[in-house]
Ligand binder design. Structure first.
Ligand code: S3P
Length: 436
């Protein structure tokens, strides 16, 4: 595939407007999975039409789940029941999606048939023992390539429930274990040191599976069934985050972002930016589909460097690339620690952001689990997104406020999570274009 490069040019006017951000990626993956495994027909509205979530839909289609797309963002899913999947003809392709692969490892561990999970180059280099180890202790048989994809999941294993304390803060690990627990004898319990996003727990409950959960602990037992239900997917906070940071750093800006998902395990960036002096107001708070949502109103504010509390790291794990850019524009240093997980995301995000910001003239001291970013003046130049959607969108933000254009190499994967990012960005005043 040829690399798609973008140029983000400095803007000379404030960003203004009201934006509707696409559906949440985490919720869309799970909605597709649980609707596929439910008895009856579920309608999913606000489904993210990104490559990652479409890959999950395609995996279920290839295992016998019929779905209709009456319009973009809507899927009518005819569930086959918890025991109704059948083997796909070929390997199941998760694309770029760690969530797709790790959660599917849990689902497939409980099936009667063998399956193979594959992914793109980035996913093929990501650690999978974090899920295959606990699944093996439940009785699953999964072969990896030295701890990495492809995953060969052997069917017909007899699973038993476990009590598991994940060594890393990871909603994907928790979810994989809970999903295998649907097929296990007895009780499965996951206990987390740092609570992570609880969409699996909330959505299993919405689909009628008995589950007990509170922050940091979830318990369920096998042997029940999922009942079809309709799901309204909120706008993805992690996608909204790019516009939150953009409006915070371009003088005079004011953006309203409609109906953004505000699950407390996702909104750590708001806490971090407020520590830095950002002006963010939440209006119209309500519940939608069992999730807190609200409109975010973000206005420009002069940011100050801050020490990001480690306790907030899991609640903003996907927002660090954008935070790096906010920190580059702040007065004084911003320190991040306790974030080693960033090294095993779609790319090594600590290295990718530190390298790119240095090219643009910012001093960044990298540590094994974080960085100190010394706020300063952003210059122009060419940086690399290394195929990572969030790195690409973060350097677009840098271009807004740099003294010269920023060209970003390898931006095609923005389509994995935010296919209309460029359109929305231009709509509110970004000067962003694909390099011809
Ligand atoms: C996700 C969990 C997080 C996050 C990812 C989505 C999920 O990953 O980074 O984008 O939907 O469960 P980890 O579980 O690896 O932290």
């Amino acid at each position: 595939m040829t690399s798609i490069d973008w140029t983000s040019r400095p803007v000379h006017a404030p960003l203004k407007g009201e934006l509707t951000i696409p559906g949440d990626k985490s919720v869309s993956h799970r909605a597709m999975m649980f609707a596929g495994l439910a008895d009856g027909t579920s309608t999913v509205r606000g489904f993210l039409e990104g490559e990652d979530t479409r890959a999950t839909a395609k995996m279920f289609a290839s295992m016998g789940v019929l779905m209709e797309t009456p319009m973009p963002g809507v899927r009518i899913v005819h569930g086959v029941g918890i025991d109704g999947l059948r083997a796909s003809d070929g390997a199941l392709d998760c694309g770029n999606a760690g969530t797709g692969m790790r959660l599917m490892a849990g689902v497939l561990a409980g099936q009667a048939f063998d399956s193979t999970l594959v992914g793109d180059a980035s996913l093929s280099s990501r650690p999978m023992r974090r899920v295959t180890d606990p699944l093996a202790s439940m009785g699953a048989r999964i072969d990896t390539h030295d701890g990495k994809p492809p995953l060969r999941v052997h069917g017909g294993a007899k699973l038993k429930g476990i009590r598991y304390k994940p060594p890393v803060a990871s909603a994907q690990v928790k979810s994989a274990v809970l999903l295998a627990g649907l097929y296990a004898d007895g009780e499965t319990c996951v206990i987390e040191q740092h609570p992570t996003r609880d969409y699996t727990e909330r959505m299993l409950a919405a689909f009628g599976w008995p589950i007990e959960f509170s922050p940091g602990k979830a318990t369920l037992a096998g042997g029940h069934r999922l009942r079809a239900t309709d799901i309204d997917v909120p706008a993805d906070f992690s996608s909204a985050a790019f516009f939150v940071v953009a409006a915070s750093i371009v003088p005079g800006s004011a953006l309203r972002l409609h109906s953004v998902g505000l699950n407390p395990r996702r909104t750590g960036l708001l806490e971090a930016l407020r520590l830095m002096g950002a002006d963010i107001v939440i209006e119209n708070r309500r519940e939608s589909g069992g999730e807190p949502v609200g409109d975010l109103i973000v206005r420009y504010a002069r940011l100050q460097g801050a020490v990001i509390p480690e306790a907030v790291v899991p609640d903003m794990i996907d927002e660090f690339p954008a935070l790096f850019v906010a920190a580059a524009m702040a007065d004084g240093p911003t320190t991040i620690s306790g974030a080693a997980e960033l090294r095993v995301k779609e790319s090594d995000r600590l290295a990718a952001m530190a390298t790119g910001l240095r090219i643009l003239g910012i001093r960044v001291d990298e540590t094994p689990d974080g960085a100190t970013i010394h706020g300063g003046r952003l210059g122009g130049g060419r940086v690399e997104a290394v195929g990572d959607h969030r790195i690409a969108m973060s350097f677009v933000l840098a271009g807004l406020v740099a003294s010269a254009p920023v060209t970003i190499g390898d931006c095609e994967n923005v389509a994995t999570s935010f296919p209309n990012f460029m359109d929305l960005a231009r709509e509110c005043g970004f000067n962003l274009a694909q390099v011809p």
